[in-house]
Design a protein around this ligand. Structure first.
Ligand SMILES: [Zn+2]
Length: 430
């Protein structure tokens, strides 16, 4: 990682650190009696003490090894497993899908949007998601939210953001007859505009998608010159680039240009996935969107028939792609393209996504890593978040069974701590 990138990440992390008032910085909390999952080995420290001072983990060890200072708040987590906060790399807090939802929100003002986003962020945090990445959201609401969270004016996950997506004329995300940004120079300028507004990622849409009629999902819509220009402009500022892509050809061009993450990957074939594995390119599968368990959600929001058909038609290919990506050892960061806390198959979209990874071939530990330390690595933030270690932010969840044996453990999250602050504790009332 170069110096500029390190600087950009350090800047983001000072923004994502917040949501803790001055006296809370001085507070000490001890989580006692639980099993602490080591995300590297999959082993657990049993009957552990996790000492949290202010926002960060101060010590982890077996009972008797770590002193609990007088005056510390003690939370009994015995019989439960402690894991790092979950991370979701594909979240649009202002998500508006075709159908009833879009109709209801047609005249939403900027203020209304921001408040809706704030509610979604708070609900995500309560569901155990402590870090998210926004690959393109509306009107920089997520950037405002990130600032508000850092100032303690709102509560939500740590937010990494791509600002607004760079949409090409006629492409995914475009409205018929409208013009957007086209050609290397316009795209470069648009990337710099987003970085200047505070984005640490840039999002491009290099093929068509499910949710709009802008171009075929499997077609490479952006030219190699355009893709190269955006990636070059972003990397010079230490920002990373995420590409929405369902197309093997478009993905292959983007990997050659040095793309950092590929979103969805619906129709990616084995040669393209091999190329991604070799280059270390990240895949954010958002598998939950195309699979049968999500059908009731789309019915609930009144999705139009064309959308449901398009979704079903990509489901099988998308699933095969995920299985192949796991076989080929592609870097996978968990992301849903649904709100992280959205009810899905009796749990949240985030927990269901992780469960799908196991059903597609990952071990439970691999899936848990995809939701924690791997995503931290994707963000370049693995020194601060993603595992339970002294010095890192105290983003900690309690679950009732060992998630390295059974990923369904993530279905029931009983305690949510972010930056040393307990946002939810169902253990106290059990
Ligand atoms: Zn998306």
């Amino acid at each position: 990682m170069n110096r500029i990138t390190k600087f950009a990440i350090a800047f983001s992390l000072c923004l994502i650190g917040g949501a803790v008032s001055a006296d809370e910085h001085g507070s000490t909390v001890a989580l006692v009696g639980g099993s602490v999952v080591d995300i590297d080995s999959g082993d657990s420290v049993t009957n552990a003490v996790v000492l949290v001072e202010g926002e960060r983990i101060a010590a982890i060890g077996e009972a008797g090894e770590v002193d609990v200072p007088d005056g510390a708040e003690v939370i009994d987590v015995s019989g439960h497993w402690l894991i790092p906060g979950l991370m979701n790399m594909h979240v649009h807090y202002g998500l508006k899908l075709p159908g009833k939802m879009s109709a209801e929100l047609a005249n939403e003002t900027e203020g209304e949007l921001t408040l809706r986003m704030a509610k979604n962020a708070y609900d995500s945090l309560l569901a155990g998601i402590t870090t998210t990445r926004s690959p393109g959201d509306s009107m920089h609401g997520d950037l405002a939210l990130r600032k508000a969270i850092a100032r303690g004016q709102a509560h939500g996950p740590r937010i990494f953001s791509a600002g607004e997506s760079l949409v090409i004329t006629g492409g995914h995300g475009s409205e018929a007859g409208e013009t957007y940004v086209d050609g290397p120079y316009e795209l470069m300028k648009a990337a710099r505009r987003e970085i200047s507004a505070g984005a640490d990622w840039i999002k491009i849409l290099i093929s068509g998608g499910i949710a709009t009629n802008g171009g075929d999902i499997a077609q490479p819509l952006m030219t190699p010159e355009e893709i190269n220009a955006v990636i070059d402009a972003a990397h010079r500022f230490g920002a990373q680039v995420a590409a929405h892509s369902g197309s093997p050809q478009a993905t292959s061009i983007a990997v050659d240009a040095g793309i950092d993450s590929i979103e969805h990957g619906y129709f990616l074939d084995r040669p393209t996935l091999k190329k991604m594995a070799k280059a270390g390119t990240w895949l954010v599968p958002t598998i939950v969107v195309s699979q049968p368990a999500t059908a009731p959600f789309f019915e609930k929001i009144g999705s139009p028939q064309w959308y449901l058909d398009r979704r079903t038609s990509v489901g099988k290919e998308h699933w095969k792609m995920l299985q192949t990506a796991i076989e080929e050892g592609v870097n996978i960061g968990l992301g849903t393209d649904q709100l992280p806390h959205e009810p899905n198959d009796g749990t949240t979209a985030t927990a269901r996504e992780a469960q799908y990874y196991v059903e597609a071939g990952m071990t439970p530990l691999q899936a848990l890593r995809s939701a924690t330390i791997e995503t931290a690595r994707m963000l370049g933030a693995e020194d601060e978040i993603g595992s339970l270690e002294p010095g890192k932010y105290a983003d900690i969840l309690a679950v009732p069974v060992d998630p390295t044996d059974d990923i369904k453990a993530l279905r029931t999250i009983l305690l949510v701590m972010k930056g040393g602050h307990v946002y939810r504790n169902d253990l106290a009332t059990r």
